[in-house]
Design a protein around this ligand. Structure first.
Ligand code: AHR
Length: 498
């Protein structure tokens, strides 16, 4: 039997919603790393799955179902050693390179600019390209943008046409480097902000194709990085600045396994995940000093749990299983993003297929949807909806002498007037009864779906791919303007009020 806490009182404010939750918070990341692109999105001609060219269409269909809004590419660390001209033209003539960051494997460049943009076209999502600042030149980045976005006569448009594409793609989201404090060039914030100004001066807005330029931001709690970039670059010269924070169950040198972990690891991961709230508040406060109107987006374009790789797999490929714990991490993090959607207007989970906190795992022709995928499916109701602020005091989930918040909630109203509330009960031992009091919204019915499992370490496998998946939730009922919810331990719930 589980314990039950006293009822948690939650006020959901439906009066006069002001803030839209950008669908781009629900974005994803695809790096040339391990089996994300090769043997993930992009497979061999001999793979017996539905394909367009070499793009796997079963994967495309699954991602379309969750309305993937954007896809970041080509990295990550890979972006700062990627030279885009190697990935255009006849595939047989493309030069090979070594992927020094990820396993030292040979990259054949068969997946390049045209292939990525065709993938985004099939996914009906916006491309988010990370330009090379670390080892590339200003001219190289500038020409790439001309190749992608210019519609007039120029050497780059001629080249694009020769390669089979007459019209420009009009890419908008543009990363000026990645992790420039680390694998992107080991720069200081002062040096990077000067480099940003230089590279971005030549990252031109072509007619009908204005860029949303995104500065490479801080690693976790490097507040000085944000401060220096905001001061030296200034809010008028960037659309966004990034933040990277990975959930770790122990620490960088003690990441722990993706499966078969104990409750200490579970608790450690949840505590690390919840740090996102503090990071957004503190980076946000620095941004407020330079940008009180909140013009600049905080772009959390790498997040998710990072564990040890699966035993027997290439350590450079970062392949890890995905558990019920990871579903809770996704739910908690996405609620945090929604509730900070005035500043967080874009995010990308790392990484879509077969790498880190993946949505999809593949094994030759087989593929499975992870518990994390199902959270994105439940939460898609928040895309571009209006945020309804929630107020409540969370009960605590205690482990030894430490405690964290046990419940995470966010709410929104969509363009058809329906209200959706997403709740996560992080506590694996305690059922929580929640009373949601709605102000400014009339309703008479509630419906829900839930993701839960007996253990935080449960996973979907190729033998049992549907062990964890959303099912109907019967634990919510309407009483006047209140919805009473019995939230099982270790669960993610979405409610729809009509
Ligand atoms: O997502 C894996 C790596 O983590 C990325 O390439 C890099 O940006 C980060 O350090």
């Amino acid at each position: 039997m589980y314990e039950t806490e006293a009822q948690v009182q939650v006020l959901v404010n439906g009066l006069n919603p002001q803030q839209q939750i950008s669908r781009h918070i629900y974005g994803h990341f695809s790096e040339h790393l391990g089996r994300c692109i090769y043997d993930g999105f992009w497979v061999g001609d001999d793979m017996k799955v539905p394909k367009k060219d070499r793009i796997r269409l079963d994967i495309v269909d699954a991602l379309k179902k969750i309305n993937i809004p954007n896809l970041r590419w080509p990295g990550g660390c890979f972006a700062d050693e990627y030279h885009w001209r190697d990935g255009i033209g006849p595939r047989s003539q493309r030069p090979k390179m070594v992927n020094t960051n990820w396993g030292g494997v040979t990259e054949d460049n068969s997946f390049g600019t045209h292939e990525f943009l065709e993938l985004c076209n099939l996914l009906n999502c916006e491309p988010y390209v990370a330009g090379n600042v670390g080892s590339g030149t200003v001219e190289e980045m500038s020409k790439w943008i001309e190749y992608l976005n210019f519609d007039g006569q120029s050497p780059m448009t001629e080249l694009r046409k020769q390669n089979g594409r007459s019209t420009p793609w009009k890419v908008s989201f543009w990363g000026v480097g990645n992790e420039s404090w680390g694998c992107g060039g080991e720069m200081t914030p002062a040096y990077y902000s000067d480099q940003y100004r230089r590279y971005s001066s030549f990252a031109k807005n072509y007619p009908g194709a204005p860029l949303k330029k995104i500065a490479s931001g801080a690693n976790v709690d490097d507040y000085n990085w944000t401060e220096t970039c905001m001061r030296n670059i200034g809010p008028r010269n960037m659309w966004g600045i990034t933040l990277h924070h990975y959930t770790l169950s122990g620490g960088w040198y003690d990441k722990g396994p993706a499966t078969g972990f104990d409750e200490d690891r579970y608790f450690g991961a949840m505590k690390s995940c919840q740090k996102m709230e503090t990071l957004i508040n503190r980076h946000g406060a620095i941004m407020d000093k330079y940008d009180p109107e909140k013009r600049v987006a905080l772009v959390v374009d790498e997040w998710g749990i990072w564990t040890n790789v699966e035993p027997g797999t290439n350590p450079g490929f970062l392949y890890q299983q995905n558990s019920m714990r990871d579903a809770i991490i996704a739910a908690n993090t996405l609620n945090i993003f929604n509730n900070h959607s005035d500043r967080v207007r874009m995010a990308c989970l790392a990484q879509t297929i077969n790498v880190l906190q993946a949505l999809i795992l593949t094994e030759k022709e087989k593929m499975l949807l992870t518990p994390t995928y199902h959270v994105f499916d439940l939460y898609k109701v928040h895309h571009d909806a209006m945020l309804l602020p929630v107020q409540f005091k969370s009960p605590e989930y205690t482990r030894g002498k430490d405690n964290i918040e046990a419940i995470s909630i966010s709410a929104s109203k969509d363009s058809t007037g329906k209200v959706h509330i997403t709740l996560a009960n992080i506590d694996p031992n305690t059922k929580n009864d929640v009373a949601l009091q709605l102000a400014g919204f009339k309703f008479s019915q509630v419906e829900g779906r839930i993701i839960t499992s007996a253990s935080y370490a449960d996973v979907n496998t190729f033998d049992k791919p549907d062990k964890i998946k959303p099912v109907a939730f019967k634990g919510a009922s309407v009483a006047g303007s209140t919805v009473n919810v019995q939230l099982p331990p270790l669960s993610v719930v979405v409610l729809e009020l009509k």
